[in-house]
Design a protein around this ligand. Sequence first.
Ligand SMILES: C[S@@+](CC[C@H](N)C(=O)[O-])C[C@H]1O[C@@H](n2cnc3c(N)ncnc32)[C@H](O)[C@@H]1O
Length: 198
Amino acid sequence: MSTTTTCNDFFGFFRAWIANPRRVSAVAPSGQSLARLITSEIKPGDGPVIELGPGTGVFTKALLQRGVSESELLLIEYGSDFMRLLQQRFPNARVLWMDASQLAQYEPFIAPAGSVVSGLPLLSMTPRKVMAILTGAFRHMRDGGTFYQFTYGIGCPVPRPILDRLGLKASLVGRTARNVPPASVYRIRRRQPVAYMT
Ligand SMILES: C[S@@+](CC[C@H](N)C(=O)[O-])C[C@H]1O[C@@H](n2cnc3c(N)ncnc32)[C@H](O)[C@@H]1O
């Protein structure tokens, strides 16, 4: 990405944050180190991949570098400026201008996804909204699919009661100090049904 694009992205992001700090929740796009970390377990065969809250597309670009094809990406973004930018930048991806918490109400747009990568600010959302996002995301993923979420907080941004209620488990993928602010990534999966011996 050129220096001009990086500067434009930075100022575009900052403007979006001024206009809606709660929804954007960061003053600048994520850095390359976090983008590599959140996509580190994704393989080309994991497509389709759904990305929630792509912003300027830092994670989207990392997904392409991991070998996921652009036509297997579904990008869901609620900021209209970001949505237009994503359409220009990734013309072969499917870009939807929608609230990610509405996902469960739609029939699958694409084949069931292997992974969901989320840049959503879950910590500034209500528990009800977080539940709706996870319910929708897992509804559109195949068995064994993984939801990747980053956070600036300490611990998984999805509270334990929500994980329990939805039958999910979370584990740490890793942390990076080379992001402003430093961030962690969690993988969230369905709990395996317990197999009872007779
Ligand atoms: C913290 S920024 C992350 C952007 C990008 N993934 C990155 O890491 O640079 C949060 C992004 O989520 C989007 N967003 C927030 N709430 C959303 C929602 N309910 N549905 C879809 N996108 C949402 C914002 O517009 C913004 O692009």
